[in-house]
Design a protein around this ligand. Structure first.
Ligand code: SF4
Length: 373
């Protein structure tokens, strides 16, 4: 079995964020929750001797007009705009690469001031416009089938760095998302406080105002955080990257399973359903000869039956560092049918998107790793 070739790291959900990368420690405007906005921008307005109503004007430029520069904020005094540019950051991300697939999928590579990189993906599909966004720069979990896992871990993204992906993707594509999935680089529940803040900002009516039901969080499984998510954000859909149906194999391909074995994970998923009433989606990446036997299908069906759920099957999309094969369409179809004879819920075969542009998450940043400053 191949494993990412960097040394093991402690996996913790209290790793520091990349927040203090700005030498002047400026406020990231797009990362302030409503309460933080009132407090921080209220103090700034006082300092600048500006009337309080300008806080709303500024908020409207940031979250409703999606302003790209302070210069656009024509109804704010010029001197105030100049001071805002000194004291705050409008967009913490800078686009450093963009690739467009033949199927319309677009991958964006962003650079932070620190030189670290992260990715987002825009996936158009009929009327659906899905934004797949990152929550960490790299990832400490090191799953063996995931390009991000081979690139190392640089740090937690701030709420502003998470939200700015949505704002900048909306700009670049000219469209707001119909769906947002926390499924890019990183394990969202290892950066839970910042992810929760970003959910607040994305959904608050006087900020981005996107419906909570449009959000899906995908995790390899941190039980206490799954229950916390259910309590704090019951409308956010839960997807669990299962990928193996026994601890022996799951320990091998998802190292975090050693900390949170399957029994704990499945019991937290049941609790999530009890609190939210929502079905979980089990994601299962098909690794030929590794997790796609008849016995695997039987075990997957058993797990899917144990709680209200749907199953998403994804064929592995090869990349140089991981030595798994690519399943054929008949192999995937056979595995699907094996599950379907034992589980009568929804089983989707997810189309692989953007294969011609380094389709799997993390591949674009691995490709450009040498560009890091
Ligand atoms: S699959 Fe998710 S948790 Fe695993 S290494 Fe990739 S980004 Fe991290």
């Amino acid at each position: 079995m191949n494993t990412p070739n960097h040394p093991p790291q402690n996996i913790s959900d209290t790793d520091p964020t990349l927040a203090s990368q700005d030498p002047k420690d400026r406020l990231e405007l797009v990362g302030l929750t409503g309460d933080e906005w009132k407090a921080s921008i209220g103090a700034l307005l006082k300092e600048e001797k500006q009337p309080a109503y300008r806080g709303k004007t500024l908020s409207s430029w940031v979250f409703k007009h999606l302003a790209t520069s302070f210069d656009q904020m024509s109804d704010l005094p010029k001197a105030f705009r100049e001071n805002l540019a000194q004291k705050t950051i409008l967009h913490p991300l800078t686009e450093s690469n963009r690739q467009v697939s033949e199927d319309g999928t677009e991958k964006f590579l962003w650079r932070l001031n620190s030189g670290h990189a992260l990715e987002s993906v825009f996936i158009p599909d009929g009327n659906r416009r899905t934004f797949c966004i990152s929550t960490q720069a790299g990832c400490p979990v090191k799953c063996t089938f995931c390009a991000t896992g081979y690139g190392g871990f640089d740090g937690q993204l701030t709420p502003g760095q998470i939200v700015d992906q949505v704002i900048q993707l909306s700009h670049s594509t000219g469209m707001l998302p119909t769906n947002i999935v926390f499924m890019g680089m990183g394990e969202p529940l290892l950066n839970a406080p910042n992810v929760y803040k970003s959910i607040e900002i994305l959904t608050a009516p006087d900020q981005l105002g996107l419906g909570t039901r449009r959000l899906t969080l995908s995790t390899v499984g941190i039980p206490k955080r799954i229950i916390e998510l259910a309590k704090l954000h019951p409308q956010v859909k839960l997807a669990v990257s299962l990928h193996a149906t026994n601890d022996e194999l799951r320990d091998e391909i998802i190292p975090l399973n050693k900390q949170y074995p399957l029994e704990m994970l499945l019991s937290s998923i049941k609790e999530h359903h009890r609190i939210t009433g929502k079905k979980v989606t089990f994601e299962y990446i098909i690794l030929p000869g590794v997790n796609d036997s008849e016995e695997d299908a039987r075990a997957l069906a058993r797990i899917a039956r144990s709680t209200p759920s749907r199953v998403n099957l994804i064929g592995f999309n090869p990349f140089p560092q991981a030595h798994y094969g690519k399943p054929t369409v008949p192999q995937i179809q056979w595995f699907r049918n094996e599950i379907a004879t034992r589980f009568d819920g929804e089983i989707m075969i997810r189309r692989s998107r953007g294969e011609d542009i380094q389709g799997a998450c993390g591949q674009l940043s691995l490709l450009h790793a040498d560009d890091k400053s």
